[in-house]
Design a protein around this ligand. Sequence first.
Ligand SMILES: NC(=O)c1ccc[n+]([C@@H]2O[C@H](COP(=O)([O-])OP(=O)(O)OC[C@H]3O[C@@H](n4cnc5c(N)ncnc54)[C@H](OP(=O)(O)O)[C@@H]3O)[C@@H](O)[C@H]2O)c1
Length: 287
Amino acid sequence: MTILVTGATGMVGRLVVERLVAAGARVRALTRSPGTARLPEGIEVVAGDLADPSTLVSAFGGVQRMYLFPVPATAREVVAGAVGAGVRHIVVLSSGAVTTGFDTDFHLPVEQAVEASGVAWTHVRPGEFMLNKLWLWGPSIRADRVVREPFPDTAWYPVHERDIADVAVTALLQSGHAGRVYDVNGPQLISHRDQVRAIAEAIGEDVRLEVVTPDRARQHYREQGGFAAANADFLLGFEDYSGNDTAPTAEAFGPAFTGPLPTAEQVTGRPARTFAAWAHDHADDFR
Ligand SMILES: NC(=O)c1ccc[n+]([C@@H]2O[C@H](COP(=O)([O-])OP(=O)(O)OC[C@H]3O[C@@H](n4cnc5c(N)ncnc54)[C@H](OP(=O)(O)O)[C@@H]3O)[C@@H](O)[C@H]2O)c1
């Protein structure tokens, strides 16, 4: 059985590839840039662009199962191509925002395209990635051992990327997951303040938490560029999920879920990883 992994060079996608290879599965990895993809030896790497379904024809040949990175604009054509070529089960990297009703135009249409095709499906809906803190706080921690944060007591259930990948891989390899929706959150409600503490402990050095205004934090993230700049307005509460303007308040970040979900443990058989474990896994990235 050949499993096609799209988004294979992504933070989650690479782990999906790693886990599938470790399980002895035959993996084909899709990337737009095979020359720079740095994917494991021994797997098949194919070029293709999910935004251009005409580039995917050869990628689908002989594939039975697929991990689908979400690209909404072309999802229907991509899924039609996959199913027409014989793919029987698609595991979608979706978002917990579909469950909470905030996401109606990004991950939801990808899920709907897969369901409408008649193929067997599993939707993996992660909540906030722990990784976001590496993209947001990593530069200032590495440079000055400081985090500039307007809402230190805001808490959430961030999820380790390895738990997301483990859930996806379980759905790809085992039977019994078709037609299932898996919301995947982390195991503990943890405030930004405690997240900073966990990172400090992991790197073995003090990290100062500097409480700043939302405007100051936005300016800082915009100057930082990349993920921080692209997501500053949403993550700091200046806009809601639909992009409408809002006023940042700590209350706006109240959890939409009432508690951690035991999904990762139920699906994979092992407890979800804590933020402290994640910080240790990424200690070198913060140093
Ligand atoms: N951050 C969060 O808190 C959060 C929460 C819920 C859900 N999510 C979802 O999770 C996703 C992030 O997953 P991730 O961290 O594994 O991804 P990632 O690290 O952002 O990487 C995505 C990979 O997808 C590939 N890709 C992007 N556009 C493509 C296209 N048009 N055709 C083919 N490949 C394409 C790229 O590979 P190549 O450049 O090699 O082609 C890239 O390496 C988000 O996009 C979001 O949908 C995120």
